[in-house]
Design a protein around this ligand. Structure first.
Ligand code: NAD
Length: 352
């Protein structure tokens, strides 16, 4: 991977630090947005109002109806509001669901997005959009959806419950793990991945112990940024394919699904990619990367199996069918018996 590679830097701007939300008006000024719509989910409506107050006259409205997986009905509703108010930009204040809605506005109406992430999902670092119609999620890449500026303020993550923080952080680690063996990896991506995993692996136990641990929150958000940048820069493999199929087919929660699958897919793939395994050993400070990831996830009070997430054992065969039906990149070939064994271990929560 380091002998020959292509690396294309995405035009991203990051403003990081406790209290950095106060810099949003300056970031709006930089991109020339004067009529901003602030987006959030319903539970984060209070944050959206706070952002609108901070932006003053630049904020012309708040839309707090963002929902998981960006349903096209929600996009139609926000587009109508944006047209009514002659909006020329938006601030997406929240997790991947809210940032996804901002990206849909960018895709459909070319509006620039400022992101204020409050989870560790990493969508703000990628040009990947998603839209759900008739229970099917379509995804694609388009440079226009990449936020023009991302303001990372760890203070906004203090309210993220411990269990959600842990699963969201493991979701981020999964981006970095797959970036380390991606066909389009590079030394830059590998460095980001190694540091991102180190930051999150240090921070998540601190946050699980005390969700208001300031140093832990800052380290976790820094790790989420780096892991998100890895996701934006590379092509993901079996882990993300499996989570996409499981989420779409069985309507499973996004971050929890990633958290359950991470140690199982890592155990499967890492034996085929020694350099990735070595990077993770350094990040985690362990002698065995797959065992280290399994130990990290086992230390938290979060769902540990697909069974815990409500999956029936009889669902596993059609999940395998769909994963095998569409080709995708992966460092270790995937055949049916091995995939069935992996899925079964993840279903039962067995050590891989
Ligand atoms: P989410 O955005 O759905 O947030 C989960 C819940 O937590 C929501 O109710 C939200 O309001 C609440 N919440 C968020 N931050 C909070 C905070 N700081 N305090 C209290 N509550 C808070 O969840 P997510 O895991 O961030 O995002 C998942 C979605 O993002 C999925 O649809 C996934 O497909 C998408 N995603 C997309 C990309 C991409 O590159 N396009 C990358 C990662 C995730």
């Amino acid at each position: 991977m380091t002998d020959s590679f292509v690396y294309e830097a995405l035009p991203m701007r990051v403003v990081f630090g406790a209290g950095s939300m106060a810099r949003l008006p300056d970031e709006a000024e930089r991109i020339g947005a004067r009529r901003i719509l602030v987006l959030s989910t319903p539970p984060q409506g209070g944050l959206a109002q706070q952002v609108a107050t901070l932006l003053g006259e630049r904020a012309v409205g708040v839309f707090d109806g963002a929902r998981m997986h960006v349903p096209v009905e929600t996009v139609a509703a926000v587009e109508a509001v944006a047209a009514d108010l002659a909006v020329d930009g938006c601030v997406a204040a929240g997790g991947g669901s809210t940032i996804g809605l901002g990206k849909a506005l960018a895709l459909r109406r070319g509006l620039p997005v400022l992101a204020l992430p409050t989870t560790y999902a990493g969508s703000e670092m990628t040009p990947i959009w998603g839209l759900t119609e008739n229970a099917r999620k379509r995804t694609g890449r388009a440079p226009v959806v990449l936020p023009r500026s991302v303001v990372y303020d760890p203070d906004l993550t203090m309210t993220l419950p411990a269990a959600v923080s842990v699963t969201s952080g493991l979701n981020a680690i999964a981006h970095a793990v797959e970036a380390l063996y991606a066909p389009d990896g590079s030394p830059v991506v590998a460095a980001m991945a190694e540091q991102g995993v180190r930051d999150l692996a240090t921070a998540l136990p601190l946050i699980a112990g005390d969700p208001r641990d300031r140093a832990g929150r800052a380290a976790a958000l820094r790790g989420a940024w780096l892991c998100g940048a890895c996701l934006g820069a590379t092509t993901m493999g079996l882990h993300h394919k499996l989570c996409h199929v499981l989420g779409g087919m069985l309507d499973l929660p996004h971050a929890e699904t990633h958290a359950v699958m991470l140690p199982h897919v890592a155990a499967y793939n890492l034996q085929a990619v020694p350099a990735a395994a070595a990077a993770l050993r350094r990040s985690l400070g362990v002698n065995d990367a797959a065992a280290g990831l399994a130990a990290l996830t086992a230390g938290f009070d979060v769902p540990r199996s697909l069974r815990d997430l409500g999956v029936a054992e009889s669902d596993l065969a059609r999940v395998a069918d769909e994963v095998l039906a569409n080709p995708y990149t992966n460092p270790r070939p995937v055949n049916r018996p091995e995939l069935a064994a992996l899925l079964h271990a993840a279903w039962a929560g067995d050590a891989s």
